[in-house]
Write a protein that binds this ligand. Structure first.
Ligand SMILES: [Zn+2]
Length: 134
């Protein structure tokens, strides 16, 4: 029997036996077709095209600029992860949870916090550097 693994929780699902869900994500640059103006018609298009080609050649060396314009992702999800995904497709909750965790950790242990106590930093050196130079 063919097994499929949930891409989120790694749970194994039997093909054709367990319920599973497929998530497909398409990412592409939004393109707003601009209006054609008089200036566009007067423009030297051959010049513009060759400039564009030159830029594209330059960008081939730069991995950041050579990002694919279109990208597609496909994930298999088990029913539980499918439910979670539908509630929060962009994973915004995870970010908020992480922030809450960090905040509560700082509040729980004020004595062992990063900016005081254990590191032996005195209250004078904790002042803003700009404040001290004044
Ligand atoms: Zn899962």
């Amino acid at each position: 029997m063919l097994h499929v693994t949930c891409d989120l929780c790694r749970k194994e699902m039997c093909h054709g036996h367990d319920h599973r869900y497929v998530v497909k994500i398409e990412v592409f640059a939004a393109h707003d077709p601009g209006k054609i103006t008089e200036a566009d018609l007067d423009e030297d298009h051959m010049e513009a095209v060759s400039e564009l080609l030159r830029e594209m050649e330059d960008n081939l060396d730069d991995p950041d600029l050579a990002e694919p314009i279109y990208k597609q992702f496909r994930y298999d999800l088990c029913p539980e992860c499918h439910k979670k995904f539908l509630r929060d497709p962009l994973g915004k909750g995870a970010e908020v949870r992480l922030q809450q965790k960090l905040v509560s950790r700082l509040q729980d242990s004020p004595d062992t916090g990063v900016c005081s106590g254990g590191l032996g930093i005195t209250s004078a050196s904790r002042r803003c550097p700009a404040e001290r130079t004044l």
